[in-house]
Design a protein around this ligand. Structure first.
Ligand code: FE2
Ligand code: FE2
Length: 277
């Protein structure tokens, strides 16, 4: 069994400033990290699928480093894989985490491969500097094709921008150039078990070709669920979350977990009998 924890869209701001004047993203990440440390000591890796910080400054990344420390301190041998999103800046990200060798590879793009147990993670860089939307250009797709052709081990693709429209119009307008070409690559490699994305700040599932694809909630603010044509671009303070992806040797099963505390757990049974009434 192999267990991945996925966080996404942290939007950390230097000085713990509030995102949009309201959202304490630093406090939300602290709560999420504490929950992951406490609840998932058996996880094999943590992946964070972009929008790590809000403005891409060295000061933003310095605070991000500090806030992620408990993950590394409590489980020093468990890798944490970082991906850039449209709010990130590649150079500042690389400089802030010099001990993450995978961030330094990939030339002008932060694309890398990592083995987690029997799974191969392939991290893709969808960033177009200065733009909200993303792209997988010919160079990035050629890297993916080459990596997939090199091995038919079960692979999980990680990327910030999802390669599909969601129906949330203002987010779809910040979509992914090259999504069709990406789908063609994925469709010819059935070893790809899942495409795990961020950017949408909520849980969404679909398929790309025949491959499952999903987006992960944020530990802070979520994008409002509004499928009306021309709906405004808004966020909501729905419960913060993250995802767990469990590979059992045959399939990847995804759970969405919430960070907040709720009543329970309560037993269904007492002295072997169902509690009824
Ligand atoms: Fe985001
Ligand atoms: Fe984003």
């Amino acid at each position: 069994m192999t267990l991945l924890v996925q966080l996404s869209d942290l939007h950390i701001k230097a000085g713990r400033r509030l995102a949009y004047g309201r959202v304490d993203t630093a406090a939300f990440l602290e709560a999420c990290v504490a929950r992951v440390v406490a609840r998932h000591p058996d996880a094999d890796a943590v992946v964070i699928t972009g929008d790590l910080v809000d403005h891409g400054t060295p000061q933003d990344y310095a605070l991000l480093r500090e806030l992620l420390q408990p993950l590394l301190r409590e489980h020093p041998r468990r890798p944490v894989y970082l991906l850039p999103g449209n709010h990130d800046e590649r150079r500042a990200l690389r400089e802030a985490f010099p001990e993450h060798p995978h961030l330094q590879s990939g030339g002008s793009f932060i694309q890398y491969e990592a083995a987690v147990g029997p799974l191969r993670l392939l991290a893709l860089d969808t960033v177009v500097p200065g733009e909200g939307g993303g792209s997988l250009c010919a160079e990035r797709l050629a890297w993916l094709s080459e990596r997939l052709a090199a091995s038919d081990w079960p692979a999980v693709l990680l990327m910030h921008h999802p390669p599909f429209d969601t129906g949330i119009g203002h987010m779809d307008r910040l979509g992914l150039q090259g999504a069709r070409a990406f789908e063609a690559v994925v469709s010819s490699h059935p070893q790809v078990q899942a495409i795990l994305c961020g950017h949408l700040h909520r849980t969404i599932h679909t398929r790309v070709g025949r491959t499952p694809a999903s987006t992960c909630p944020s530990p802070a603010h979520q994008v409002a669920l509004d499928l009306r044509a021309g709906g405004p671009d808004c966020y909501v303070m729905e419960p913060p979350g993250y995802q767990l992806h469990r590979w059992d040797g045959r399939r990847l099963v995804t759970h969405t977990a919430l960070v907040d505390d709720f009543a329970g757990p309560f037993p269904f049974r007492e002295a072997g009998r169902l509690i009824d009434g």
